[in-house]
Design a protein around this ligand. Structure first.
Ligand code: SF4
Length: 508
């Protein structure tokens, strides 16, 4: 297969299409935030979450990542500080994903924002909420406007009545994706927990301290996967530790108290900084498919000084099972894949080992050293790997490779279906399955083969809707409407002229 080049759409073209969206005016927001004493945090985000070639992947509000991590933790209260429309959208989405927990909100208006009263309101809210009977921690998240206005969450008390207070800025103009926003909160919590653990004794894990050295697993995954990883580690005398982001505060200590960290999702830069500060080695990639599992077991074993016989024992026990599972459930077809979860490269590896032809993998996440083994493996198979992929690049890949199946984000799926190509939504249909070890091998075959087999239905649907028109001519008409580009250009010219005149009058 030849190496294909997917066109890179430059930032100005992308912004032109998104000019009225909530990401518009990012430069203005950044300048405002810097002027309001947020330079340091924005600088750290720029280092942790590098952008480019496409600066802002088109995904949901990044703050959703932090909100979700907070809402999934026991005895944790999560409060948002931001514009009401943002908070409405975020609470709606969190309940759509089954939060079953109230989201706190400190409202503001222009006056309370500029006079600093908002910060006083936040402080009061945090004091009212800090009930040690109910909570271990309170998370307060500054959205775009309070961050740009410099609301100083770092000045909140670190702890009230024994309840930890974690204040974080998660603006859309500083944190590119909701995946990385999970890291912002997980990293802040690990930092806090590390300082507690270095100061003295901390709470033991709920199920007691493991008698084996543990591997902390970084990145949200399907619940069966940590169990499967634990089974893979067992012959090496190791056990699976907690998954970060954790579901409880005390698990943070347990996560730090590990033999090594497996960066299953490779974008947790702030969390990895905390693990490295605690002296823990971090291993990239994951036990995915045959080759991925073989390499991962070897690396984990080496990081934990496991005897080579025991590493071989683990490989010999599981690799034949994985090979048979892959062979028993082959996938046949050409696939393009894109998403914003951070596991896109791993899924592509599994698809290829199952027999699929994968030409393109787009991820909204940045390139890091922890995904390097996966990127190199995929590129050696001729796959185009696109970090910080834009929607335009994902769509260009579908147009170029004409896959039998497009796995992607909602707009990619929508476009593919419009073209009569079977498509699957990555987050709901691919992420919600085991991927690791023997349980992961072959787990995708049913859903992928089922979707590819649906080609006829998609062709029927496309034929059914054929001829209803598109753009200005969409709909059912007695006479097909005529496009009037001259008229549109004339209206645009008049509007531009009127706007210039208004501006001149304002200046005058
Ligand atoms: S917080 Fe920022 S990125 Fe999120 S919805 Fe509001 S304006 Fe958009």
């Amino acid at each position: 297969m030849t190496h294909q080049i997917i066109p890179i759409v430059n930032q100005s073209q992308v912004e032109a299409g998104d000019g009225l969206g909530c990401h518009a005016g990012a430069q203005t927001m950044i300048a405002a935030a810097k002027a309001a004493n947020k330079s340091e945090v924005l600088h750290q985000y720029a280092l942790d979450y590098p952008k480019g070639p496409h600066d802002q992947p088109q995904s949901m509000c990044p703050a959703f990542g932090s909100l979700r991590v907070g809402l999934r933790m026991r005895r944790t209260s999560t409060i948002l500080s931001g514009s009401a429309c943002c908070v409405y959208g975020l609470t709606f989405t969190s309940h759509f994903y089954g939060a079953r927990r109230s989201v706190g909100y400190v409202p503001f208006n222009s006056e309370s924002l500029v006079t600093g009263k908002l910060f006083e309101d936040i402080r009061e809210a945090v004091h009212q909420e800090a009930n040690p009977e109910k909570y271990d921690a309170i998370v307060i998240i500054n959205l775009c406007v309070p961050t740009a206005s410099g609301v100083p969450l770092q000045l909140l008390p670190k702890e009230i009545n024994g309840v930890r207070i974690i204040g974080i800025d998660v603006p859309g103009f500083g944190v590119p994706t909701h995946a990385e926003a999970k890291d912002v909160l997980a990293g802040a919590m690990l930092k806090y927990a590390r300082s507690e653990a270095s100061a003295g004794p901390v709470t033991a894990p709920r199920q007691g301290v493991s008698d084996k050295p543990t591997i902390t697993l970084l990145g949200e995954m399907f619940p069966v996967d940590p169990v499967g990883i634990g089974m893979l580690l067992e012959p090496m005398g190791l056990a699976a530790g907690p998954v970060v982001p954790t579901r409880e505060w005390r698990e943070l200590y347990q996560a730090l108290d590990c033999a090594a960290v497996a960066a299953i999702h490779p974008f947790y830069t702030a969390s990895i900084r905390e693990f490295e500060a605690a002296g823990r080695q971090v291993i990239g990639s994951a036990p995915i498919g045959y080759e991925g599992t073989a390499a991962w077991l070897a690396q984990i074993g080496a990081a934990c000084n496991v005897n080579s016989d025991l590493i071989a024992a683990a490989q010999n026990k599981f690799l034949p099972m994985i090979r048979s599972a892959l062979a028993a459930k082959p996938i046949k077809g050409r696939v393009t894949l894109s998403g914003y979860e951070g596991s896109e490269l791993l899924v592509a590896r599994l698809l290829i080992e199952s027999g699929a032809q994968v030409h393109y993998v787009g991820t909204a996440c940045p390139k890091t050293i922890w995904s390097q083994p996966d990127r190199e493996w995929l590129e050696s198979k001729g796959v185009h790997v696109q970090y910080r992929a834009s929607l335009e690049q994902d769509l260009a890949a579908v147009a170029e490779f004409k896959p039998d199946l497009a796995i992607g984000t909602t707009p990619v799926v929508q476009k593919a279906k419009q073209l009569g190509i079977p498509a699957l939504y990555f987050t709901n249909l691919i992420s919600a399955r085991p991927l690791m070890g023997a349980a992961g091998a072959g787990s995708l075959a049913q859903v992928i083969n089922g979707a590819i087999a649906n080609q006829e239905r998609f062709s029927t649907m496309r034929d059914f809707f054929e001829g209803v028109g598109s753009g200005y001519a969409s709909g059912v008409w007695d006479e097909i409407p005529q496009d009037r580009p001259d008229f549109k250009a004339d209206v645009k010219r008049r509007l531009d002229k009127a706007q210039k005149k208004r501006k001149a009058e304002e200046i005058g």
